[in-house]
Ligand binder design. Sequence first.
Ligand code: G1P
Length: 310
Amino acid sequence: MSLFAFYLPRIHYSRLVIKSAIVPVAGHGTRLLPATKSQPKEMLPVARKPIVQYVAEELVQNGIEQILFVTGRNKASIENHFDFDPELTNTLTAANKHDLLNEIGFVDLPAQFFYTRQKMQKGLGDALACGERFAGEEAFVVALGDSILGLHASSRVVSRMTELFLEKRASCVLAVEEVPPTETRHYGVIRPEDNGGDHLRVVDLVEKPDPRDAPSNLAIAGRYVFSPLIFDMLRRVKPDKRGEIQVTDAIRLLCEEGKRVLAIKLTPEERRYDIGNFPSYFETFVEFALADPAYGAEFRLVLERLLAKK
Ligand code: G1P
């Protein structure tokens, strides 16, 4: 390595666009058993679509052109879902079912899909590390495959995050949302430096703190933008009590090194729908079904009837 290479930033801010995203989908989904016994939780439907389709559509809407899914055993249906199916297409075409052909038109999403497997379940940080070669020397987005942002994935927070990342030459930008103080033990929680303006500077963060130890009630909401520096940090992170490498700990190292770590709050319209457990899965399904343009109104009457039952 030349002496100059040492001083050069590892990231090409000058390219001014971020086109790659890593979507970790390797988790077992144990909180959703038995539904997830042999199918990925990311393939559970929310109203009409599997969760992972909302995530891919959100990323494409936000300018992403290549997506790496970090998968595991039992996750092959995700790859099949985004693949072209000539037999199904021919059958629907022959039957003149244009409305249904439209429904599978998402396989032409203007993005290229890549897949790699996480060999062992060693945490989100380890899953992310599987994307190092995919990311190369470019900044990239991370979108958790079990979180939909905004009703019908309408969120544009990823665009705001990538713009902020490039404008401020950050090392990391996080999406955060306010959670009730009693809930901090489910999330990575940030310590923000100030509270003014459209973004926050993050000075520290803790993974799943007890409410008494939480540095704030601002939780990491499943969307991140990283410089490839994060991979160096991930290599330095020690496994937690469960033997898992946490991304939050790697971001904490960025903070300790004085790197610029920023956060943007989700607006109420782009709230996070978490599909990690049954109560929030049920709620999300019902909310999306109620908003369905074709069936929502009818479904509302059904729900009202059910709720009126003694
Ligand atoms: C992960 C992250 C956590 C984040 C959460 C929701 O936790 O480790 O920092 O707040 O996703 O986006 P998990 O839900 O996988 O336990």
